[in-house]
Write a protein that binds this ligand. Structure first.
Ligand SMILES: Cc1cc2nc3c(=O)[nH]c(=O)nc-3n(C[C@H](O)[C@H](O)[C@H](O)COP(=O)(O)OP(=O)(O)OC[C@H]3O[C@@H](n4cnc5c(N)ncnc54)[C@H](O)[C@@H]3O)c2cc1C
Length: 355
């Protein structure tokens, strides 16, 4: 793990949290109570992790004291709860490098080149960084970023263009409708999906079919099996259920096959790993490298259960566990949020009146 590389202008901090899922968000809170301000990083463009990415509208019934909430409501509540602690979010970037420095701190670097020098790291990376599933057609990847996209960053850029959108889930259908009749109208929109059945909201599918009947767009059942180019991507070749391959011209190709998690660079940081999870102790949830803690779905220990509530408990102990590294001179005591004036101050709340 020890590797020293000189680098310029890092953000110097006490704590970096990797992963802004429910557990990473609650880690902000537990560190905040102990007066530690954190930087939090996620490869996704928004916080929330699995509950937002995989089940935003599904009810969760086992968050203590909340009889039922959706993945979206849980995330919103966590963001509100952590607000007083002013964490800095670095979204849409994956942590690629973690290196120990000679002074005991860690150099952390993201895919966007954001650099940190931190006393502690809290890995709350869940099942790994979510990345788009790619379209597997040999050679096509050279157009990624110019004419092939897996995300829509700036819809305005595609107004007036001839678009081909591949996929059968909500993202594909939402963007089809947006580009056909929304604010950023494209010149033409062709949807391609391997079958005439969708995983998207039925109302969106019905609307898409209406738009096809009105000749506002086209839907083709088939799979992209090749492409045509001169210097640019000119067309995709689509093989239909009838076995016939047709050429579909385009300016821009969007592919929405969903996201899949990848443990990715975490496996290369020299930490003890067991079946793709980081081995931790259950006193401080420290990994095999002192100063690096792991909480939530990413860790493993005897009896581990991958539940949000387990992750929350782990955050509290990891925060206390980091205190002798962050504030070696300070004695840290457990205090109650109900009664501690000091905690009221850090939470920015009025002292409750118990009379
Ligand atoms: C369908 C479904 C239903 C579920 N229902 C329940 C339930 O009812 N109750 C319950 O308790 N649990 C439930 N779970 C499990 C629960 O969602 C997980 O336990 C929880 O999300 C774990 O939280 P986490 O913060 O550890 O990880 P995640 O939610 O996985 O968040 C991790 C975040 O880290 C980011 N990340 C990973 N690697 C990097 C990197 N290198 N750089 C930057 N960012 C990175 C990821 O993009 C992700 O956003 C359910 C899971 C699923 C799939």
């Amino acid at each position: 793990m020890t590797a020293v590389r000189p680098f310029a202008n890092p953000i110097e901090t006490d704590a970096v949290i990797i992963g802004a899922g429910p557990v990473g968000l609650f880690q902000i809170f537990e560190l905040g109570l102990l007066e530690v301000k954190a930087h939090i990083i996620d490869s996704l463009a928004y916080p929330g992790g699995q509950p937002i990415e995989l089940y935003p509208d599904k009810p969760i019934y086992d968050i203590p004291a909340i009889p039922v909430c959706t993945g979206q409501e849980l995330t919103d509540a966590l963001l509100k709860q952590t607000e007083p602690f002013g964490a800095t979010y670095h979204l849409g970037q994956e942590v690629s490098v973690v290196e120990k420095q000679e002074d005991g701190r860690f150099h952390v670097e993201t895919s966007k080149g954001t650099r940190f020098l931190t006393k502690t790291i809290f890995i709350a990376a869940g099942v790994g960084a979510f990345q788009p599933r790619t379209l597997k057609v040999e050679g096509l990847d050279k157009f990624e970023g110019s004419q092939l996209f897996y995300r829509v960053r700036d819809p305005q850029q595609y107004a007036g263009k001839n678009l081909v959108i591949v996929g059968g889930g909500d993202s594909a259908l939402d963007w089809v409708l947006n580009f056909v009749e929304g604010e950023h109208k494209a010149e033409s929109v062709i949807l391609i999906h391997r079958r005439d059945g969708f995983r998207a909201a039925p109302a969106s599918v019905a609307r898409m079919k209406e738009l096809c009947e009105q000749f506002e767009m086209q839907f083709i059942v088939g799979q992209v099996t090749g492409y045509e180019e001169d210097n640019t991507l000119k067309a995709v070749k689509v093989t239909g259920g009838d076995g016939v391959t047709r050429s579909v011209p385009l300016d821009v190709l969007f592919v929405f096959f969903g996201l899949s998690p990848k443990l990715g660079p975490i496996a290369d940081w020299g930490l003890e790993i067991e079946r793709k999870q980081l081995v931790v102790d259950t006193e401080k949830f420290s990994t095999s490298e002192p100063g690096i803690f792991a909480v939530g779905d990413i860790n493993t220990y005897p009896g581990k259960k991958k539940l949000i509530l387990s992750g929350f408990h782990e955050c509290a102990l990891a925060a206390f566990g980091a205190m002798d590294i962050i504030f070696p001179e300070k004695k840290v005591f457990l205090q109650y949020t109900t009664t501690s004036p000091k905690l009221h101050k850090v939470l920015g709340v009025e002292m409750p009146n118990f009379d």
